[in-house]
Every structure is written in C-alpha cells, then in structure tokens.
Design a protein around this ligand. Structure first.
Ligand code: SAH
Length: 422
C-alpha cells in the first residue's frame, strides 16, 4: 500500500512538471513515506529525517507522510523543527498546499477515507504490475495491530472507480494487477441501485479485460475467504494460483489473545476448499513470534502448522508492542532474546520449505511475466505465477509474457529458459 501511495505522490509531482532524482542534495522536495506497523521501521524515521535534513539544499521542502506521520502528528515538528509538512496516509493529496505556500507548516492527519483516490492524478504509464487499491482500513482489531488506528475503519471504493482505474492501468502498460487492501477480501460496496459488489465480482469483471493477463490480491483475512471468492480460483484462469492468507500463529490460545477468530481446523478447511478449487494453488502466510504469553509449546504449534500447510513464501516477524493496541498492555511480554531465537528457528523452517518447493519446480514450465532486467541487461527477471523470481537470458526476441522452463532452483530464485523462442 505504501509503494502504491508513493507512486501516486510521484505522479502528482510529475503532473506539476517535477522530475525524480536519486540524490537528496539535488531535490527541491523530499517526502519520506513511512510505515508504523512494527516498531523497528518507526524508530528509523527520525534518524533518517536527520540525515535528509543534513544532506538537502537549505531551501528544499521536506516532510513525512504515511502512518508514522499520523502517529506523530504535531509532535513531529517538535522533534524535527525543520520539517515543512506532516501528512497522514489519507491526506497526502493535500501536498500541493505546501507547494503553493512553502513558508507555512502543513499538518493533516485526518482519516478522510477515499478523497485522495479521486483528487490525485493517475500515473501516465502504469507499471507492468499495477496495484489497484480497492479498500482501505480494517475493522478486525487484532490486538497487536496498529492499522485500524493509522488507516482507520474499513471503507471500500466504488466498484465503477475500481473498474475505471483497472482499465486505465491496462491501457497504459499493466499486464498484471494486484488488488490492494488491508483487508482486501472484506471488499464490499453497495451502489445507488442497492446492488452489492464483493471481491469476486471485481475479479470476474476485470478478468474480461483483454490484454490483462494476471490478477491477484493482498492481503486476505482468513474468515473472509468466502465460497464465492474461492470459486474464482476455479473459474478464472487469470487469477494466479497463489494466495497470501496470514495465520499469524499455530496456537489456538495465542490466536484467541490476538483476537483472530478462527480455529486451526476452520483455517485448514479453507485451504482444503482452495486446493479443491485449484489443485496447483500455493499459500503464503505472515507469522508473529513472541506474542505476549507465547510458550515454547505455543511456538512448537506454529512450527507444526508451517510444516503442515507447507507455505511456499512467508513473512515472519518478532512481535513488537504498538501504541493504541491491546496486546501492548498484556502481561507476560516475551524477552527480546527469546523472540530472536524463535524467529531464527521459524525462518529456518520456512526457508527450507521454500527451497524444497522451488526445487520441485525444476523441469516444469510456467507462463511468466517479465518485470525488468538485471543491472547488466544480460538477463531478464521474470515472475512465475507463484511470485518466484526467475532469471532468464535476455534476447532481442524476448517478450513480456513467456513460457519459461525452470532449469535450476535455490531458496531465493529460479533460473529458466524461454521455451516460446526457437
Ligand atoms: N492486513 C494488513 C496487515 C498489515 S501488517 C495488511 O496487509 O495491510 C503485515 C503483517 O505485519 C501482519 O500480517 C503481521 O504478521 C505483522 N504485524 C502487524 N502488527 C505487528 C506487530 N505489532 N508486531 C509484529 N508484527 C506485526
């Protein structure tokens, strides 16, 4: 979501005749887009702002946007008096105000919902893989999570707006779209005629767009994987056979304290249904280790479920207490060294499963999408339907979509040969 937000901000500045530069010292405006989901990222923000302040031109405008901006609010100006603007994740469309009035300070951390999507210009050229936000915010209130506070209550964009943005992206260069939302499968929009649309409706309609080759969505909440959505994996071949569906923990006790209202059985049942709909589907997950009160036995259950589901690609994090969340106040916070140890063990397990899955791909052929080339230009970087990176020799006749036969694999990437070429 932050990558997408940054694209839109860049498009807005482009439309005002500005250009991007790699050098802070050259820039007339510097915007640090920030994430506050975990403590580590938040802690880096003010030291990074200090570095920017020291490197920038004296009259260059600089500020922060995103969730740390919302969290810090006016205190950001106390901590960093040189800042020109502080804009929350739903108010960065107010940025032109500071360009028009550079001597003022701009603070806006409102949760205004959808305004930003309409007020910002579209990108002139869409990236090959284009993100399309369909909803923002989250109503689930997991006890560890700051998202409901920083991004607000759940709100879904109008169906027609999403269709318009998707068509625009495909017309201007997108081959793949990824629907985005903090609770993407909770998408629910009722139009003026009382017709309600869900994510499955969006997938069905966008799949009809010619020259759109691949569709995916992130991130999903397990109990919102409804049957109509699961059915899409059976009926829409453009929907990739890959799904991020975070389980967070394999311990029923921890899940309860996280306020994640599913049992292991009901979670596994969803996976069974997905596999019945699309036998080649693979799943990825997010995990939190060291949640307050997590025992060795709880952690063992997380390792067990990881091995049972065989997630092919996952994100794992040490629990970090966040402001405004219930878990931050829970007793039995886990010491840092135990969190670190558990994370290393889980990462080893997940990496091993990923390597084994990648090895099973050797000799198989997948239709892949080219996302760019390596630094030398000698190799193209393709993505398989499972989001694995695959390195392929660059040729003059290479194309964006190609059938790639996998020739070698390690944990992090694959190598392959373009078999659509003679
Ligand atoms: N559904 C949201 C989740 C965002 S956070 C979205 O995709 O936008 C992504 C992941 O960060 C979560 O799935 C969770 O595993 C992790 N996370 C969230 N809060 C955390 C915390 N306080 N400590 C550690 N990890 C956390």
């Amino acid at each position: 979501m932050n990558v997408y937000d940054s694209w839109r901000i860049a498009a807005m500045l482009d439309a005002r005749g500005m250009e991007q530069t790699d050098s802070v010292a050259d820039a007339d405006i510097i915007i640090l887009n920030t994430c506050s989901v975990r403590e580590k990222a938040t802690n880096k923000v003010f030291s990074e702002l200090g570095r920017i302040r020291d490197a920038k031109k004296p009259n260059a405008l600089f500020g922060i946007v995103g969730c740390v901006a919302r969290e810090a609010g006016a205190t950001a100006f106390h901590r960093m008096p040189d800042l020109n603007f502080v804009l929350g994740p739903q108010s960065y469309h107010k940025l032109p105000q500071i360009l028009e009035n550079p001597d003022a300070r701009l603070l806006n951390i409102d949760l205004s919902g959808l305004e930003k999507f309409d007020e910002m210009p579209q990108m002139v050229t869409a990236p090959v893989v284009s993100y399309i936000p369909i909803q923002e915010g989250c109503d689930h209130c997991c006890t560890y999570c700051i998202v409901p506070y920083t991004r607000g209550r759940e709100i879904s964009r109008p169906f027609a707006d999403v269709m318009r943005d998707t068509l625009h992206a495909v017309k201007t260069g997108a081959f793949e779209i990824c629907f985005l939302g903090q609770n993407v499968n909770g998408y629910k929009y009722t139009d003026g005629n009382g017709k309600t649309y869900h994510l499955s409706d969006l997938i069905r309609e966008t799949a009809k767009i010619p020259h759109l080759y691949r569709i995916r969505f992130t991130s999903s909440y397990p109990t919102e994987m409804t049957d109509d959505l699961i059915e899409m994996f059976k009926t829409e071949p453009k929907l990739l056979p890959f799904l991020n569906m975070p389980i967070q923990s394999g311990s029923p006790d921890v899940l309860k304290r996280m306020n994640r209202p599913y049992s292991l059985d009901s979670y596994l049942e969803i996976i069974d249904k997905l596999r019945a709909a699309r036998p080649d589907i693979q799943i990825s997950s997010d995990f939190i280790v060291g949640f307050p009160g997590e025992t060795d036995a709880d952690f063992e259950q997380t390792l067990k479920i990881a091995k049972q589901v065989r997630y092919i690609n996952s994100y794992s994090f040490k629990y970090s207490p966040r402001p405004h969340t219930a878990a931050a106040l829970m007793p039995d916070q886990i010491p840092e060294n135990i969190k670190r140890e558990r994370l290393a063990i889980l990462d080893n397990t997940l990496n091993e499963i990923q390597r084994e899955f990648n090895e099973t791909c050797v000799d198989k052929t997948f239709t892949c999408l080219c996302e760019g080339s390596d630094k030398t230009g000698r190799h193209l970087l393709y993505r398989t339907p499972y989001m694995q990176q695959c390195i392929v020799q660059n040729r003059d006749d290479s194309s964006a979509i190609a059938d790639i036969k996998i020739t070698a694999a390690n944990r992090a990437s694959l190598r392959g040969k373009d078999v659509t070429l003679k």
